[in-house]
Design a protein around this ligand. Structure first.
Ligand SMILES: Nc1ncnc2c1ncn2[C@@H]1O[C@H](COP(=O)(O)OP(=O)(O)OP(=O)(O)O)[C@@H](O)[C@H]1O
Ligand SMILES: [Mg+2]
Length: 445
């Protein structure tokens, strides 16, 4: 565990604390003056300080303690400091606690209370250090992505989505087909946009075909074009989407709905870049970057004989899997805020409700829900009731609103791991963060 610095000029206090802390398997080191204490933290890693307010025998002002506290804080703003103080300096101690000391205890202290406080603070510090490392690496990676690529306004907070966006950016430049999979409304088209916008052909056309919306008999004409009279209603010759996308990107949405006949034609065009318009024998050539998307499990469709395996492998050189919104609940609040118009804001109860709902329709459902709430809300603040999520599958809510003590206790018990404490409270992680913010509890990161 961590090392505790005891800064007190009273030898009896030093040894009493040393003994007490050693019983809890904690390492200690003692300093008898503020200068000693500073030398200690400069010399070796210290995880917590227990400090007196008065050092020189002739002063009782507490000024030395305040100066030491300030100096320690300046060196390491996160170093937990417990102030041991005589009742005469309680007010000063309280002031310091407000300015960020971790805790204060009046002399004579209660051993159990002190030991608990030390352990909790050490656990929090440990979790915070580990978290900070993760957060730092993560935020560096994210900044890098934003500066290097056009992210088309994609909003996310989760690592899962960051992975997808990062891979989309990386593969954008390569001239390979990309298959984007994921449930309906999860943001597949958004990812397709990112691939297109960061590709070598970003200045070329970007043509989108929603295959699911086309009657099967019209798909070929739509993709490859048709000569006049090629089919009933084809009065004049028209170019297909492949031709329109020449030198650019063709986005084939809902690829699984393509008929087996359409699949054969598409495969050939992907392999050779060649095709004929319907009713024509003239072979045409195009250079098109194809991005396909589907919310269907194509591997299953292959097994069921509904999708050609060779086409699958052709399209699936790179597969980008967009996770369901329910699997990345950190994204719900930032997405919701991004959808709220300028005239409204979300109440914290509304955010709680959004975060506990499961979103079977994913981001699109969230977007619609917020748009509707903006229209229907009777005040500038959108409440949980305005969201109309009644009948939603809502996780059990906590029976009682947890107080500051409960939250701190649980955080300490879970070593500062917010997700674990939240689970025990029956709250979402974000909901617990908001309560920590309200109570001024440091977020361990
Ligand atoms: N991460 C995101 N950030 C911002 N907007 C998003 C994000 N994900 C999705 N959207 C928005 O949500 C809506 C639905 O997303 P999109 O159309 O990309 O989903 P989809 O997976 O293609 O859905 P479908 O399967 O129905 O075709 C769009 O308006 C899109 O701009
Ligand atoms: Mg789509």
């Amino acid at each position: 565990m961590g090392k505790v610095l005891i800064a007190d000029d009273n030898r009896a206090v030093q040894s009493a604390l040393e003994l007490m802390l050693s019983l809890h398997d904690l390492q200690t080191i003692c300093a008898s003056s503020p200068a000693d204490a500073i030398a200690c933290v400069e010399r070796e890693p210290i995880d917590l300080v227990i400090q007196d307010m008065n050092f020189a025998a002739d002063t009782t002002s507490g000024d030395e303690g305040v100066a030491l506290f300030r100096e320690l804080r300046a060196r390491d703003p996160d170093l937990p400091i417990i102030l041991l103080t005589a009742w005469t300096h309680l007010e000063t101690a309280i002031e310091l606690v407000k300015s960020g000391a971790a805790d204060y205890l009046s002399k004579p202290w209660d051993d159990d209370k002190l030991a608990t406080s030390v352990k909790n603070l050490l656990a929090l510090r440990k979790a915070r250090t580990a978290n900070r490392r993760v957060v730092l690496t993560r935020s560096r990676a994210r900044t890098q992505l934003t500066t290097q690529y056009d992210l088309c306004g994609v909003v996310y907070e989760s690592d899962a989505m960051h992975e997808v966006v990062a891979i989309a950016c990386r593969v954008a430049k390569a001239d390979v087909p990309v298959l984007i999979t994921g449930p309906s409304g999860s943001g597949k088209e958004k990812i397709a946009e990112i691939v297109q916008r960061n590709s070598a052909v970003r200045d070329g056309p970007f043509v989108r075909v929603h295959l699911g919306a086309l009657p099967a008999e019209l798909v070929s004409a739509e993709l490859f074009g048709a000569e006049a009279g090629a089919y009933t209603g084809a009065n004049k010759a028209r170019a297909g989407r492949f031709e329109a996308a020449d030198g650019g990107t063709l986005f084939l949405d809902e690829i699984a709905t393509l008929s087996l006949d359409g699949q054969v034609k598409l495969l050939r065009t992907l392999q050779t870049g060649q095709f004929e318009r319907l009713g024509s024998t003239q072979t045409r050539s195009v250079k098109v970057r194809v991005i396909a998307a589907t919310n269907v499990d194509l591997r299953q469709a292959i097994k069921a004989g509904q999708f050609r395996e060779d086409l699958f492998y052709r399209l699936n050189v790179i597969e980008l899997k967009v996770p369901a919104l329910a699997d990345r609940s950190e994204d719900v609040a930032p997405l919701a805020r991004s959808f709220v118009d300028n005239a409204h804001r979300l109440s914290s109860g509304a955010v709680d409700a959004l975060e506990t709902y499961v979103w079977p329709g994913n981001v699109r459902e969230l977007q619609n829900c917020i748009r509707r709430a903006c229209l229907l809300a009777t005040s500038a603040e959108i409440t949980a009731a305005d969201l109309g999520l009644a009948g939603a599958i809502v996780e059990p809510r906590p029976l009682e609103e947890p107080d500051k003590d409960t939250i701190e206790r649980l955080l300490a018990r879970h070593g500062g791991v917010v997700a674990a404490a939240a689970r025990e409270l029956g709250l979402s992680r974000q909901a617990l963060y908001r309560r920590m913010e309200k109570f001024g509890i440091d977020i361990p990161q």
